[in-house]
Design a protein around this ligand. Structure first.
Ligand code: FAD
Length: 280
């Protein structure tokens, strides 16, 4: 292996399990889940949030709406002049069937050094695998980990500025080529899934966490680029901002008005509604 990072403190999140647990905790706490459902509009009257309109035409009345729709948040926010300046990136991944070996924690390879170029180093100087030349528009984060069921997950080819949310031949070729060279035993395993997802990044790379964006009752929790890591904290901070006066962390620096220059409304009281998009 020409370059890799292994840190015993690294961790790998089982996202489907995490989401199942969050949904169960939400339901156990009295929350009502409506899924699948798409919100098509936020209902606003005289500067106050009144609820949301669903794709089937139903309107759900509620005092507080949290927009946490990732890259798609602007579809709901832009009509109210609250668009977030996003740059989209597609990340691709793949998983295999159960492997007869396990990878301890996460192994990250040399492409990750280009993605997170350390200060003083020239990203262009890092050697490239021939498969990275197939489609130069693609980058690669080079990570691989074992899942609890024994399968292996690996990736991630990425394309900055793309709104195309399906895995590509070049992206998958790059990941399969580099990973099966670094881990020869991987090359024998069946591929069971290949997928891609979109993430949105703000100009300063920080999320938008805003409990008072200018429309009373409307809260924002969006713009997470590495949101697996940061998203749980953002959710906790926003819930605190809605329900307590003594928040554990000041979220003001994450307000949308750092991009728009618009003023703040009064902080809303929280009443929850959760939506899960069919294609998400
Ligand atoms: C392949 C891949 C690898 C990644 N690797 C990492 C990693 O190693 N570490 C890390 O920290 N992050 C990683 N990320 C990024 C991470 O997944 C995102 O930052 C995170 O999911 C953002 O969370 P979010 O809840 O803000 O938005 P999202 O996860 O995008 O969730 C938004 C949800 O809103 C739904 N939605 C959208 N519009 C509507 C609507 N109108 N009505 C109802 N629902 C709607 C969508 O369907 C979606 O379910 C990776 C992403 C991908 C795709």
């Amino acid at each position: 292996m020409s370059g890799a990072v292994w840190n015993p403190l690294d961790a790998h999140q089982d996202t489907p399990l995490l989401v199942r647990r969050l949904v169960a905790a939400f339901s156990d706490a009295g929350g009502r889940l409506i899924a699948p459902a798409s919100v098509t509009a936020i209902e606003v009257e005289t500067g106050r949030c009144r609820g949301v309109r669903l794709a089937d035409g139903d309107v759900l009345a509620c005092a507080t709406v949290v927009v946490a729709c990732g890259p798609w948040s602007n579809e709901l926010l832009a009509p109210h002049g609250l668009g977030v300046p996003f740059q989209w990136t597609r990340f691709e991944a793949a998983s295999t069937g159960a492997a007869p070996f396990r990878i301890g924690r996460v192994v990250a390879g040399q492409s990750l050094f280009r993605f997170f170029t350390p200060p003083g180093m020239d990203a262009a100087a890092f050697p490239r695998d021939p498969s990275e030349q197939i489609r130069p528009a693609l980058g690669f984060t080079e990570q691989i980990a074992s899942m609890p069921d024994g399968s292996i997950q690996f990736g991630c080819a990425y394309e900055i500025g793309s709104s195309h949310d399906q895995p590509t031949v070049a992206g998958q070729a790059m990941a399969c080529s580099i990973m099966s060279r670094n881990f020869p035993a991987l090359s024998e395993l069946p591929i069971t899934r290949q997928w891609a997802g979109l993430v949105a990044q703000t100009p300063d790379g920080l999320p938008v966490i805003d409990a008072a964006c200018g429309i009373e009752g409307l809260m924002l929790n969006t713009g997470h680029f590495f949101g697996n890591l940061a998203g749980a904290f953002s959710g906790k901070l926003l819930a605190e901002a809605a329900t307590r006066s003594d928040a554990s962390y000041d979220i003001t620096p994450f307000a949308l008005n750092r991009f728009t220059g618009r003023g703040h409304a009064v902080r809303p009281r929280l009443s929850l509604a959760v939506f899960h998009h069919k294609s998400g």
